[in-house]
Ligand binder design. Structure first.
Ligand code: GDP
Length: 391
């Protein structure tokens, strides 16, 4: 996992925290790349020697502002330094690369597509992107950066997973507090998804555990992806057969003391909530090319019938012939969660709107630049052109 720029670094840093808390082994290795020294210093979990400061001769550790063309140039010039950090990773042990970046800024916006292109040239493992779109209140330049970076990033990765800050921002919250919450949402969704591919033999292996190859196959074919998520608290094992349920005789018709019809219904409703609720990138799910349904939680709360029903329902809703599904058993969890990866989505009004605003910003910027050139000319030169400059 490689975090490019500030947002990218922070999100990868959060993934490491998630991994540690959940013992989930998602991130084999983490690297943070930035042109701003201060942003690298602010990270907590990424090892010091895996933090790469690029562009030192050009911007002296101060970042590129929101200039993503400069971000891309620097990334190209210094890609060997990033490669140096990746060289210390046992790449044969990773299933895929994930390059994470906020697309509205400069360093990640420009650098992430450059790095993706480089990685694809060198390695046979798939290279995915996780691109974060800016909030619509961030202004024209961020929107323009994001629209240009999005276009480039999609082309350079095997699949671009998208998270839209705009759909997730809460009004009235401080930006920092807001990002902490948003980053948690990002990591929860993608954490469950990627964690599903990491269940090893010896752990609770249920009948239909999701394998990393199923994630890879769902993402194969490229394009843009979005993720839906819904969860519900459940009683951990042992408690469901507790005093009260014994007295009332409820929850008692399976071997494990759980009502299987209830389990199936819960799964079906979670699947609907996940698909119809807020997606990481809001879009029309009809027309998605491929999908993957992951049901995560204590094994006694998962069942094949629920997953099958959920899978069928997603097939109907998307019209896709390629919907995969499986379990991600987590024995000590207190939640059942449904995660749906929709890959190859094309009906995304938010992207069209982003592009429209970006084009307007681009036109305005060009106009303003021309105007101010003319105005400056008018200011510096005397009206009658009587003065002569020195040289
Ligand atoms: P860079 O360092 O030049 O790549 O730029 P940043 O990563 O600071 O910002 C790029 C964009 O990412 C911003 O316009 C925001 O939309 C977004 N962003 C910045 N920080 C965060 C964060 O912590 N979480 C999320 N979700 N988005 C962020």
């Amino acid at each position: 996992m490689i975090g490019f720029g500030q947002a990218g670094g922070k999100v990868v840093d959060k993934f490491l925290e998630y991994d540690r808390k959940n013992d989930s082994n998602i991130v084999r290795a983490a690297v943070a790349v930035n042109t701003a020294k201060a942003d690298l210093l602010g990270l907590e979990n990424i090892p010091q020697d895996q933090r790469v400061l690029i562009g030192q001769s050009r911007v002296k550790g101060h970042g590129v502002g929101a200039d993503n063309e400069l971000g891309a140039e620097i990334a190209e010039e210094d890609v060997d330094e990033v490669q140096g950090a990746i060289d210390s990773i046992p790449v044969h042990e990773v299933d895929a690369f994930l390059v994470v970046a906020g697309l509205g800024g400069g360093t990640g916006s420009g650098g992430a597509p450059v790095l993706a292109k480089h990685l694809k040239r060198i390695y046979t493992e798939p290279v995915y992107g996780l691109g974060i779109l800016p909030g619509s209140d961030e202004g024209g330049i961020y929107t323009l950066n994001a629209a240009r970076s999005f276009q480039t990033f999609v082309r350079e990765v095997d699949n671009l997973l998208v998270f839209d800050n705009d759909a997730w921002r809460k009004t009235g919250e401080s930006v920092q507090g807001g990002y902490d919450q948003i980053n948690r949402e990002i990591v929860t969704r993608f954490g469950v998804l990627f964690g599903a591919g990491e269940v090893e033999a010896g752990q609770e292996v249920a009948e239909s555990v999701v394998d990393s190859s199923e994630i890879i196959n769902t993402l194969a074919g490229g394009g843009v992806s979005t993720v839906g998520y819904a969860s519900e608290e459940v009683e951990p094992k042992g408690k469901s057969g507790g005093l009260l349920s014994r007295l009332t005789g409820s929850g008692d018709d399976g071997d494990d003391g759980l009502d299987s019809a209830h389990t199936t219904n819960r799964i079906t409703s979670l699947v609907r909530k996940a698909a119809l609720g807020r997606l990481t990138l809001p879009c029309e799910i009809e027309g998605s090319e491929r999908a993957l349904l992951v049901l995560a939680g204590p094994p006694e709360h998962l069942n094949r019938k629920g997953i099958e029903r959920g899978r069928k329902w997603i097939e109907e809703q998307t019209g896709s012939m390629e919907v995969r599904g499986g379990d991600y058993p987590i024995s000590n969890s207190r939640q059942v969660a449904a995660v749906i990866l929709l890959s190859g989505v094309t009906n995304v009004p938010r992207i069209k709107e982003l592009q429209q605003v970006a084009i307007e910003a681009q036109d305005n910027l060009a106009e303003i630049r021309e105007e101010s050139d003319a105005k400056l000319e008018g200011l510096v030169n005397d009206d009658e052109d009587e003065l002569e400059s020195l040289f």
